[in-house]
Ligand binder design. Structure first.
Ligand code: NAD
Length: 448
């Protein structure tokens, strides 16, 4: 039976891929006004289905309504609107002069890549498929899209929205299990845009290598957070609590662990507890109306394994540590006396558990971070410009946020992405447009 399904899906993938390969030559000639009309249509359809999107995501991963609306709908609309506001400028060829002839009129143009594949994750399933899609469309591409196998309801609504907004010769969504993603990856796409784990990123890049498809890999990892002695601990705790506990820590750029001076630890944790308690019902259990579920049993057990390993090796639970397997809820938790040999300090946590480590000198922290995989995001809280500069200049990471966490994701003036194990390439705003474009240099020999 499953072989039968796979055969049908494969044929459908090949059929749509062939259609898009042919149609791309029409799509790539579109003007800014024509692309904007398509994006406006996508935005209108998304807005018309706002309630359906929220409901679908809620069925896939139980989380508070407010969080779904902000992350999935508002974030997507903002991103498309930003593109509508700037697309003419982004598409304009850039005159670059010449190192050979002063009179030549060389320029760089942004040419569509062609037919693109977009694979999305489950944690923000709608927006992390639609924002790359809008970037692909803005750059004049055709696209085939697959959301996570863990979010079937969101996949269904995304497929309906795309059908309403586009012809399948231009954009099509494929639903189904991982084998559908595997079948998609067999096609010789011009570009593959993947958001997900580092391990699956390797599978995607291996598949891309066969056809030499270019890739954008938006991956994960551990995002360190450093708190300097001079920063207001209440303010740091508030900002970190929001970034760490939203979506129950299942955010790629959630602060993974904290480095803090020993003398500041109690104050910081005390403030953090105040925020964490607001997610609890009667101070004992997690309130499911206010807090997000862990996506599935496998992840719940994985996180419990990290937690148990840390406790076995001497970590102390400062607060939290409540695991409800029936509801797949984990209370906001802080661990201290954490050491680098614990699994929780080696794997991306992706849950509302925050290990707190102490440091003596900033150099020690910088060395610790630089000895490990390059983070997707790095956070530094400090009033001291010298400290900020040292962290920004002496480490490498996809992005850095100074005095806040996660928020850089929403600033569309910045490229968003990782480095090596945390990702390859970036997007958002003009960077998304460029990621889905081939930067073509045009040499123009002077006529005389
Ligand atoms: P995942 O890698 O398990 O899945 C991502 C996508 O790949 C899904 O669509 C899934 O169906 C597909 N997939 C899974 N196995 C596959 C295989 N063998 N072959 C082909 N496709 C396969 O990731 P996830 O669990 O959905 O998301 C969590 C991870 O994603 C975390 O590591 C997180 O940090 C990362 N993430 C990164 C960003 C970012 O922007 N950098 C954003 C969100 C999530």
């Amino acid at each position: 039976m499953s072989i039968e399904i796979t055969t049908n899906v494969k044929q459908d993938i090949e059929r749509v891929f062939a259609l898009q390969k042919k149609h791309q030559w029409t799509v790539r000639r579109t003007t800014a006004a024509e692309r904007k009309a398509k994006l406006q249509r996508l935005m209108d359809v998304i807005q018309a289905h706002e309630d359906d999107i929220v409901e679908a995501v809620r069925q896939d991963v139980r989380k508070p309504h407010k969080e779904i609306k902000a992350a999935e709908v508002v974030g997507t609309i903002r991103s498309i609107q930003h593109t509508l506001d700037h697309l003419e400028d982004w598409m304009a060829p850039v005159p670059v002069g010449s190192s050979l002839y002063p009179t030549s009129e060389n320029f760089v143009m942004y040419e569509p890549k062609g037919v693109c594949l977009i694979l999305g994750p489950w944690n923000y399933p709608f927006s992390l498929a639609m924002i790359p899609l809008a970037a692909a469309v803005s750059a004049g591409n055709c696209a085939m899209v697959k959301l996570s196998d863990l979010t079937p309801e969101t996949s269904r609504i995304a497929a309906n929205i795309v059908r309403e907004a586009f012809d399948e010769r231009e954009v099509a969504v494929f639903e189904g299990e991982v084998e559908v993603a595997t079948a998609l990856l067999e096609q010789p796409f011009d570009h593959i845009f993947f958001t997900g784990s580092t391990n699956v990123g390797r599978i995607v890049m291996t598949a891309a290598a066969k056809h030499l498809s270019s890739v954008t890999l938006e991956l994960g990892g551990k995002s360190p957070t450093i708190i300097d002695h001079d920063f207001d601990m209440a303010e740091a705790a508030k900002r970190i609590a929001i970034g760490k506990f939203m979506n129950a820590g299942q955010t790629c750029i959630a602060p993974d662990y904290v480095f803090i001076r020993k003398e500041d630890e109690d104050a910081f944790i005390g403030h953090l507890k105040g925020f964490a308690d607001s997610y609890l019902k009667d101070g004992a259990a997690v309130d499911p109306e206010k807090f997000t579920q862990i996506v599935n049993e496998r992840n719940f057990n994985r996180v419990k394994g990290l937690y148990d390993d840390a406790l076995d090796k001497g970590a102390e639970v400062v607060f939290g540590g409540i695991f409800d397997p029936a509801e797949r809820l984990i209370a906001p938790t802080v661990l201290r006396h954490v050491t680098p040999d614990m699994k929780i300090m080696q794997e991306e946590i992706f849950a509302p558990i925050l290990p707190v480590m102490n440091y003596e000198t900033l150099d020690d922290v910088i060395t610790y971070v630089n000895e490990r995989d390059k983070p997707l995001a790095l956070y530094i809280f400090s009033q001291n410009q010298d400290v900020i500069d040292r962290v920004v200049n002496q480490t490498t990471s996809g992005n850095v946020s100074v005095n806040n966490v996660v928020i850089h994701y929403s600033d569309l003036q910045l490229p968003f992405g990782g480095v090596n194990t945390s990702g390859i390439g970036s997007y958002h705003g003009v960077y998304g447009f460029r990621e889905f474009s081939h930067e073509k240099g045009v040499y123009v020999q002077p006529k005389k």
